[in-house]
Design a protein around this ligand. Structure first.
Ligand SMILES: [Zn+2]
Length: 261
Protein backbone atom coordinates (compact mmCIF):
# COMPACT_ATOMS: atom_id res chain seq x y z
CA UNK A 1 0.00 0.00 0.00
CA UNK A 2 1.07 3.54 -0.69
CA UNK A 3 1.39 6.44 1.72
CA UNK A 4 1.03 10.05 0.64
CA UNK A 5 4.32 11.54 1.86
CA UNK A 6 3.11 15.15 2.04
CA UNK A 7 -0.44 16.37 2.64
CA UNK A 8 -1.82 19.46 4.40
CA UNK A 9 -4.54 17.69 6.37
CA UNK A 10 -4.78 20.79 8.57
CA UNK A 11 -6.49 22.56 5.67
CA UNK A 12 -10.25 23.22 5.89
CA UNK A 13 -10.56 21.19 2.64
CA UNK A 14 -10.19 18.11 4.88
CA UNK A 15 -12.81 19.08 7.41
CA UNK A 16 -14.33 15.65 6.74
CA UNK A 17 -11.11 13.85 7.57
CA UNK A 18 -12.74 10.44 7.87
CA UNK A 19 -14.27 10.85 4.42
CA UNK A 20 -10.92 11.90 2.94
CA UNK A 21 -9.13 8.92 4.46
CA UNK A 22 -11.87 6.53 3.33
CA UNK A 23 -11.50 7.87 -0.20
CA UNK A 24 -7.74 7.34 0.02
CA UNK A 25 -8.23 3.72 1.14
CA UNK A 26 -10.58 3.09 -1.78
CA UNK A 27 -7.71 4.12 -4.03
CA UNK A 28 -5.22 1.82 -2.32
CA UNK A 29 -3.62 4.56 -0.22
CA UNK A 30 -3.01 3.65 3.41
CA UNK A 31 -2.76 7.20 4.73
CA UNK A 32 -0.64 10.32 4.75
CA UNK A 33 2.27 12.08 6.35
CA UNK A 34 0.59 15.26 7.56
CA UNK A 35 2.73 18.38 7.41
CA UNK A 36 2.35 21.68 9.26
CA UNK A 37 3.46 25.20 8.34
CA UNK A 38 3.25 27.32 11.50
CA UNK A 39 2.07 27.23 15.12
CA UNK A 40 -1.61 26.98 14.31
CA UNK A 41 -1.45 24.47 11.45
CA UNK A 42 0.96 22.35 13.52
CA UNK A 43 -1.67 22.10 16.26
CA UNK A 44 -4.34 21.15 13.73
CA UNK A 45 -2.00 18.58 12.17
CA UNK A 46 -1.39 16.91 15.51
CA UNK A 47 -5.14 16.87 16.12
CA UNK A 48 -5.74 15.16 12.75
CA UNK A 49 -3.18 12.51 13.66
CA UNK A 50 -4.72 11.96 17.08
CA UNK A 51 -8.13 11.46 15.45
CA UNK A 52 -6.77 8.95 12.90
CA UNK A 53 -3.83 7.26 14.53
CA UNK A 54 -3.63 4.41 12.03
CA UNK A 55 -3.61 6.48 8.86
CA UNK A 56 -2.05 9.85 9.68
CA UNK A 57 1.53 10.38 10.78
CA UNK A 58 2.27 13.93 11.91
CA UNK A 59 5.11 16.32 11.16
CA UNK A 60 5.44 19.86 12.47
CA UNK A 61 7.00 22.61 10.43
CA UNK A 62 7.71 26.25 9.69
CA UNK A 63 6.99 27.14 6.07
CA UNK A 64 9.94 28.93 4.45
CA UNK A 65 7.76 30.89 1.99
CA UNK A 66 5.50 32.30 4.71
CA UNK A 67 7.60 35.41 5.14
CA UNK A 68 5.16 36.97 7.60
CA UNK A 69 6.41 34.45 10.18
CA UNK A 70 8.66 36.10 12.75
CA UNK A 71 11.57 34.97 14.91
CA UNK A 72 9.05 34.79 17.73
CA UNK A 73 6.91 32.39 15.67
CA UNK A 74 9.99 30.27 15.10
CA UNK A 75 10.65 30.14 18.85
CA UNK A 76 7.03 29.01 19.29
CA UNK A 77 7.45 26.21 16.77
CA UNK A 78 10.71 25.16 18.44
CA UNK A 79 8.81 24.83 21.73
CA UNK A 80 6.11 22.79 19.97
CA UNK A 81 8.76 20.47 18.57
CA UNK A 82 10.38 20.03 21.96
CA UNK A 83 7.03 19.28 23.59
CA UNK A 84 5.72 16.91 20.90
CA UNK A 85 8.70 15.24 19.25
CA UNK A 86 7.78 11.81 20.63
CA UNK A 87 4.58 11.81 18.50
CA UNK A 88 6.17 13.11 15.32
CA UNK A 89 7.67 11.21 12.41
CA UNK A 90 9.27 14.28 10.86
CA UNK A 91 10.12 17.95 10.90
CA UNK A 92 8.22 19.53 8.01
CA UNK A 93 7.57 21.31 6.06
CA UNK A 94 10.67 23.42 6.45
CA UNK A 95 13.26 24.61 3.97
CA UNK A 96 14.38 27.70 2.12
CA UNK A 97 12.35 30.38 0.35
CA UNK A 98 12.27 30.59 -3.43
CA UNK A 99 8.92 31.62 -4.92
CA UNK A 100 8.41 34.38 -2.35
CA UNK A 101 11.80 35.93 -3.25
CA UNK A 102 10.65 36.79 -6.76
CA UNK A 103 10.36 40.56 -7.07
CA UNK A 104 11.05 41.08 -3.34
CA UNK A 105 13.34 44.06 -2.73
CA UNK A 106 14.74 42.32 0.36
CA UNK A 107 15.28 38.92 -1.30
CA UNK A 108 18.89 38.50 -0.10
CA UNK A 109 17.90 39.34 3.47
CA UNK A 110 15.00 36.88 3.35
CA UNK A 111 17.28 34.11 2.12
CA UNK A 112 19.78 34.82 4.91
CA UNK A 113 16.99 34.70 7.48
CA UNK A 114 15.64 31.51 5.87
CA UNK A 115 19.03 29.82 6.19
CA UNK A 116 19.31 30.83 9.83
CA UNK A 117 15.81 29.52 10.59
CA UNK A 118 16.45 26.26 8.75
CA UNK A 119 19.68 25.73 10.65
CA UNK A 120 17.93 26.08 14.01
CA UNK A 121 15.18 23.66 12.97
CA UNK A 122 17.61 21.08 11.62
CA UNK A 123 19.46 21.12 14.94
CA UNK A 124 16.21 20.01 16.59
CA UNK A 125 15.56 17.33 13.94
CA UNK A 126 18.98 15.92 14.67
CA UNK A 127 18.53 16.09 18.42
CA UNK A 128 15.18 14.20 18.26
CA UNK A 129 16.11 11.96 15.31
CA UNK A 130 13.31 13.20 13.07
CA UNK A 131 13.19 12.82 9.29
CA UNK A 132 13.12 16.17 7.47
CA UNK A 133 10.56 17.21 4.83
CA UNK A 134 12.06 20.00 2.77
CA UNK A 135 10.52 22.67 0.62
CA UNK A 136 13.53 23.79 -1.44
CA UNK A 137 12.58 24.14 -5.10
CA UNK A 138 14.82 25.16 -7.99
CA UNK A 139 17.69 27.41 -6.84
CA UNK A 140 16.93 26.75 -3.15
CA UNK A 141 17.73 23.02 -3.42
CA UNK A 142 21.50 23.33 -3.38
CA UNK A 143 21.50 25.45 -0.20
CA UNK A 144 19.12 23.04 1.53
CA UNK A 145 21.32 20.09 0.59
CA UNK A 146 24.34 21.86 2.09
CA UNK A 147 22.37 22.59 5.25
CA UNK A 148 21.38 18.92 5.66
CA UNK A 149 25.01 17.86 5.43
CA UNK A 150 26.29 20.59 7.74
CA UNK A 151 23.71 19.67 10.38
CA UNK A 152 24.31 15.93 10.18
CA UNK A 153 20.82 14.97 8.95
CA UNK A 154 20.65 11.53 7.37
CA UNK A 155 16.91 11.14 6.61
CA UNK A 156 15.33 13.78 4.38
CA UNK A 157 12.97 14.18 1.43
CA UNK A 158 12.96 17.06 -1.04
CA UNK A 159 9.21 17.46 -1.47
CA UNK A 160 7.75 18.29 -4.93
CA UNK A 161 11.29 18.17 -6.12
CA UNK A 162 12.54 20.31 -8.98
CA UNK A 163 16.18 21.29 -9.37
CA UNK A 164 18.97 21.18 -11.96
CA UNK A 165 19.84 17.56 -12.86
CA UNK A 166 23.28 17.72 -11.24
CA UNK A 167 21.83 18.94 -7.94
CA UNK A 168 19.28 16.09 -8.00
CA UNK A 169 22.11 13.64 -8.61
CA UNK A 170 24.01 15.04 -5.63
CA UNK A 171 20.87 14.78 -3.42
CA UNK A 172 20.36 11.12 -4.34
CA UNK A 173 24.04 10.22 -4.04
CA UNK A 174 24.02 11.80 -0.57
CA UNK A 175 21.33 9.29 0.46
CA UNK A 176 18.33 11.63 0.48
CA UNK A 177 15.10 11.02 -1.46
CA UNK A 178 12.86 13.18 -3.67
CA UNK A 179 9.11 13.17 -4.00
CA UNK A 180 6.83 13.39 -7.01
CA UNK A 181 3.35 14.96 -7.35
CA UNK A 182 0.55 14.38 -9.89
CA UNK A 183 2.31 16.93 -12.11
CA UNK A 184 4.43 14.04 -13.35
CA UNK A 185 1.50 13.04 -15.55
CA UNK A 186 1.55 16.21 -17.63
CA UNK A 187 4.89 17.95 -17.05
CA UNK A 188 7.99 16.94 -19.00
CA UNK A 189 10.41 18.31 -16.40
CA UNK A 190 9.02 15.94 -13.75
CA UNK A 191 9.07 12.98 -16.13
CA UNK A 192 12.75 13.55 -16.89
CA UNK A 193 13.49 13.74 -13.19
CA UNK A 194 11.71 10.41 -12.56
CA UNK A 195 13.63 8.82 -15.39
CA UNK A 196 16.95 9.96 -13.94
CA UNK A 197 16.32 9.04 -10.28
CA UNK A 198 16.45 5.38 -9.12
CA UNK A 199 13.13 3.96 -7.90
CA UNK A 200 14.71 3.40 -4.47
CA UNK A 201 15.03 7.20 -4.07
CA UNK A 202 11.45 8.19 -4.98
CA UNK A 203 8.37 8.98 -2.87
CA UNK A 204 4.90 10.08 -3.96
CA UNK A 205 2.80 12.93 -2.59
CA UNK A 206 -0.35 14.95 -3.19
CA UNK A 207 0.66 18.20 -1.43
CA UNK A 208 -3.11 18.34 -1.03
CA UNK A 209 -5.23 20.38 -1.22
CA UNK A 210 -3.06 21.86 -4.01
CA UNK A 211 -5.11 21.59 -7.23
CA UNK A 212 -3.72 19.90 -10.35
CA UNK A 213 -4.33 20.31 -14.04
CA UNK A 214 -4.72 17.88 -16.94
CA UNK A 215 -6.85 14.87 -16.03
CA UNK A 216 -7.20 16.24 -12.46
CA UNK A 217 -8.70 19.59 -13.51
CA UNK A 218 -11.59 20.47 -11.23
CA UNK A 219 -11.08 17.37 -9.05
CA UNK A 220 -10.53 17.62 -5.31
CA UNK A 221 -6.89 17.00 -4.40
CA UNK A 222 -5.73 14.68 -1.63
CA UNK A 223 -3.95 11.44 -0.72
CA UNK A 224 -6.07 9.39 -3.17
CA UNK A 225 -4.12 10.94 -6.07
CA UNK A 226 -0.83 9.24 -5.26
CA UNK A 227 -1.88 5.89 -6.74
CA UNK A 228 -2.09 7.60 -10.11
CA UNK A 229 1.39 9.07 -9.52
CA UNK A 230 2.78 5.58 -8.84
CA UNK A 231 1.11 4.26 -12.01
CA UNK A 232 2.77 6.97 -14.04
CA UNK A 233 6.17 6.27 -12.46
CA UNK A 234 5.66 2.60 -13.44
CA UNK A 235 5.07 3.65 -17.06
CA UNK A 236 8.11 5.91 -17.16
CA UNK A 237 10.31 3.28 -15.51
CA UNK A 238 8.74 0.45 -17.58
CA UNK A 239 8.35 -1.56 -14.37
CA UNK A 240 5.25 -3.47 -13.19
CA UNK A 241 3.06 -1.16 -11.12
CA UNK A 242 2.92 -3.60 -8.16
CA UNK A 243 6.69 -3.51 -7.92
CA UNK A 244 6.68 0.28 -8.01
CA UNK A 245 4.03 0.50 -5.29
CA UNK A 246 5.94 -1.98 -3.11
CA UNK A 247 9.23 -0.14 -3.52
CA UNK A 248 7.78 3.32 -2.92
CA UNK A 249 5.89 2.01 0.11
CA UNK A 250 9.15 0.60 1.46
CA UNK A 251 11.00 3.86 0.73
CA UNK A 252 8.35 5.84 2.63
CA UNK A 253 8.44 3.51 5.63
CA UNK A 254 12.24 3.61 5.70
CA UNK A 255 12.41 7.40 5.54
CA UNK A 256 9.83 7.98 8.29
CA UNK A 257 10.81 4.91 10.29
CA UNK A 258 7.32 3.39 10.08
CA UNK A 259 6.75 -0.34 10.57
CA UNK A 260 6.55 -1.95 7.13
CA UNK A 261 3.60 -4.28 6.72
ZN1 LIG B 1 3.26 21.49 1.22
Amino acid sequence: MLIDSHCHLHDPAYEDLRGALARATEHGVWGAIAVGCDLETNVRTLRAATASGKAVWPAMGFHPEWHHLTDEDLAGVESQLMANHAWLVALGEVGLPWYSLEGASDAAERMTRGRRHLGRLLDLARRYDLAVILHAPHGAAVGALEALKTHGIDRAVFHWHKAPAEVTRDIVESGYVVSVTPEVIYRERDREMVEAVPLTSLLVESDGPWPYKGEFEGMPSGPWLVTRVAEEIAKIKQTPVDEVIDQIGANTCALFDLPWS
